[in-house]
Design a protein around this ligand. Structure first.
Ligand SMILES: [Fe+2]
Length: 292
């Protein structure tokens, strides 16, 4: 379906938007056929959790590399490159020069390793080497497409409008409920029918929640980024950003060494008082003198 102006405005105002029934019935049904081929049994189990769980449901995590684009078949790949998702991301960033930096299938059930009450977090730690500024020309847009219904007991994503934290340097990038209960009090649970879409930004706090009963959920993470900036994208070095060893290396490296893995050079227009403060917060040991 077409994303309407009210939905686009909601994204601008809140840093996310929920679009129910985004996929057409045909797109959804074709995507589900491919999901069934990829992870047999999961959709039947989702429809009827009294059935035994799918074979190897609790196998050790598969690598992201086995779960990502390109998929066998056509529809999951077509969803990855959906023109309406591209249009939303283009409108936010102000041009159409984008690259798709992520397309990962995600599935979990009660008791699965991914069945967790996540802390409220921002996704930028493994989507950029630096910090996501307020300037929209740097905006990455993340999408979560749901291939199964998501009710309250089916581990809905929770998301918190950026109106609650828009004017601060966004570090730390995660908070427990004890540390910052306000983010949790203001969260919205994304309960939607299969075929729906959540769009959110790298500046938008959100979290996965636990299953409350026997159930499963299948979805698809897709992210677009402006193509001009080599420090963006989960497929490159930013993917390592969640590891302490990576931050330690980044902090020790010289500007020339950092530049070789895609970090913005001294003098790049990326550097502003905001991004200097954001990167200093993220990498407190880094000498930012050369970038000032
Ligand atoms: Fe996340």
């Amino acid at each position: 379906m077409t994303i309407n102006d009210k939905q686009l405005q909601h994204y601008r105002d809140h840093g996310y938007v929920i679009i129910e029934n985004f996929l057409t019935p045909t797109e959804l049904s074709k995507a589900r056929d491919e999901v069934e081929d990829f992870i047999p049994g999961w959709l039947d189990y989702t429809a009827n959790p009294r059935l035994p769980k799918p074979l190897n449901w609790d196998e050790t995590p598969r690598s992201r590399r086995q779960m990502r684009f390109p998929f066998k078949g056509e529809q999951l790949n077509a969803v990855t490159l959906h023109p309406e998702m591209r249009r939303l991301a283009s409108l936010m960033v102000g041009h159409d020069d984008l690259f798709c930096e992520q397309s990962d299938l995600t599935y979990k059930c009660k008791g699965h390793y991914a069945d967790q009450d996540q802390p409220m977090h921002l996704d930028y730690v493994n989507h950029t080497l630096v910090y996501p500024p307020k300037d929209p020309s740097y905006w990455q847009t993340a999408f979560l497409v749901y291939y199964t219904d998501v009710d309250l007991h089916q581990a809905p994503t929770a998301v918190c409008s950026w109106q609650h934290y828009h004017d601060e340097i966004l570090w730390p990038a995660a908070y427990t409920k004890e540390d910052r209960p306000g983010l949790y009090d203001a969260e919205v649970k994304v309960t939607v029918p299969a075929g729906s879409l959540l769009a959110y930004s790298m500046r938008t706090f959100h979290r996965g929640t636990r299953f409350l009963e026997e159930a499963a959920r299948v979805g698809h993470f897709i992210t677009y980024a402006p193509s001009a900036y080599r420090w963006l994208g989960i497929l490159g070095w930013p993917e390592q950003g969640v590891y302490k060893s990576f931050s330690e290396w980044m902090s020790r490296a010289t500007p020339a060494e950092r530049e070789l893995i895609g970090f913005p050079q001294p003098g790049d227009p990326y550097w502003t008082s905001e991004t200097l403060a954001g990167v200093a917060a993220r990498y407190p040991e880094m000498d930012l003198g050369p970038y000032t």
